[in-house]
Design a binder for this molecule. Structure first.
Ligand SMILES: Nc1nc2c(c(=O)[nH]1)N[C@H]1C(S)=C(S)[C@@H](COP(=O)(O)OP(=O)(O)OC[C@H]3O[C@@H](n4cnc5c(N)ncnc54)[C@H](O)[C@@H]3O)O[C@H]1N2
Ligand code: MOO
Length: 399
């Protein structure tokens, strides 16, 4: 099998997946950031009743039509209503009800006057100004009319959407179920952080890098931990996840070494889609399907895992989740510090990008991790490129 280009590899991967259609109901408070599964129309008007925008008095405006400071209208105060209460009698013309902001305007009333603009003594209200019909008056449905399409299925729920749903009395929301991702690292050399360091062993950092990136993107991967370099055992562990996963991600064991078990795992449980992509680092990635679940086995070198996660896995996540913003963005930038090695093959190097300029850190071997801290981009160098001078225009992949 010939190595395929990165673009071909992404195409093959994207052919295997479609947007998740399954739905689930979640409590409203947990719906933030989720994708609404179906259209949502207003079940009722909001506000549900005509209401006062002021603390003051409400009455029939015709009773104060000729009021002036010299000849105020006198009304009889027959009651009081705070927000949350409901004055259920009709208010006769010539009478008034004290009302607080948010209170329902009683029948018989069509305006509200500010408390500061009138004088009340006992049950007599003195109104020194005329108010017109519907002055200082909020209508039912002024915010949301019953039946209005408020949000379409596919909407990503923000804080404002949450508030609108709450205002409509919604306590549970139908959302698209999450993308189910199982994540494991392979390698007998790997130790869990917290275990004592032993000769020849290293700590498993890839799992944290990939789980961290997935969580930064809003996914909640199932962490399988470390799988041993034992083909049958690793195959069993992967197989056990197939029916509950959309994507199985592993790192390590994909090259040509004695313990590169992922080839055997793929042979045992599924069908290989490709092995080896024309890029550095991360070339030996394997893609496979098993029981219709997509598996991507990335190489174990930390930066190789990082680069192939961004370039191969992210497009798959974008398609599964319907989130186009996860497709990588590319820009052109000026390389400020040059790159002394030739690039016979297509190469991606970690970099810091800001405002049209990009810089490559000194350490960039695929086995080294520390200099990836703070990097927010890859510089992309096409195959057959010589060393790059400072000031060269380069392609940049933004992370
Ligand atoms: N004879 C050849 N050897 C290698 C080739 C080749 O073409 N011919 N390719 C090299 C390239 S390129 C890469 S990349 C690696 C890929 O190797 P694997 O994906 O099989 O990964 P491992 O051998 O399991 O590990 C590589 C390296 O990374 C360390 N590692 C593995 N997992 C983790 C982890 N979870 N956290 C931190 N570090 C990890 C591992 O100890 C190795 O040092 O193969 C080259 N060899
Ligand atoms: O992918 Mo390897 O990390 O190219 O060296």
């Amino acid at each position: 099998m010939q190595d395929i280009s990165l673009e071909q590899a992404v195409e093959v991967l994207l052919e295997q997946v479609g947007p998740i259609r399954g739905t689930e109901q979640v409590p409203l408070m947990e719906a933030l950031g989720r994708t609404l599964a179906e259209d949502f129309s207003a079940p009722f008007d909001n506000p549900p009743f005509d209401r006062s925008p002021l603390d003051g008095y409400t009455f029939d405006s015709r009773a104060v039509a000729s009021a002036t400071p010299q000849a105020p209208a006198r009304l009889r105060i027959i009651g009081e209503e705070c927000a949350g209460q409901f004055f259920d009698r009709s208010v006769p013309r010539g009478c008034a009800v004290r009302i607080m902001t948010g209170g329902a305007i009683p029948s018989g009333c069509d305006c509200v006057v500010r408390q500061e603009d009138v004088a009340a003594e006992g049950d007599t209200l003195s109104v020194p100004l005329a108010l017109h019909h519907l002055e200082n008056y909020c209508f039912a449905g002024e915010d949301i009319r019953r039946g209005t399409m408020l949000m379409r299925g596919g909407t990503k729920i923000t804080a404002a959407h949450l508030a609108v749903l709450a205002s409509m009395g919604c306590d549970r929301v139908n959302v698209i179920r999450p993308v189910r991702i199982a994540l494991a690292s392979t390698g007998d050399e790997l130790l869990q952080p917290g275990e004592p360091l032993q000769p020849g062993r290293i700590y498993n950092s890839n799992l944290y890098l990939l789980a961290g990136r997935l969580r930064e993107m809003g996914f909640a991967p199932k962490i399988l931990g470390i799988l041993p370099d034992d083909c049958a055992e690793a195959a069993r562990a992967v197989q056990a996840e197939l029916d509950q996963s959309d994507l199985i991600l592993t790192t390590g064991g994909v090259s040509v070494g004695k313990k590169d078990i992922m080839h055997g795992v793929v042979r045992q449980i599924g069908r290989r889609l490709f092995w080896r992509v024309c890029m550095k680092p991360g070339a030996p990635a394997i893609a496979y399907t098993a029981d219709e679940t997509l598996g991507i086995a990335l190489s174990g070198n930390p930066f190789a895992a990082c680069a192939t996660f961004e370039l191969l896995v992210r497009p798959v996540l974008a398609k599964l989740s319907g989130r186009d913003e996860l497709f990588v963005r590319r820009v052109q930038a000026v390389l400020t510090n040059g790159f002394s090695k030739p690039s016979p093959g297509r190469r991606f190097i970690r970099a810091y990008y800001e405002a049209g300029k990009v810089r490559i850190p000194e350490q960039h071997a695929s086995g080294s991790l520390f200099s990836a801290v703070g990097c927010n981009a890859f510089v992309e160098i096409p195959a057959g490129t010589g060393p790059l001078e400072p000031g060269t225009k380069v392609g940049v992949v933004l992370l």
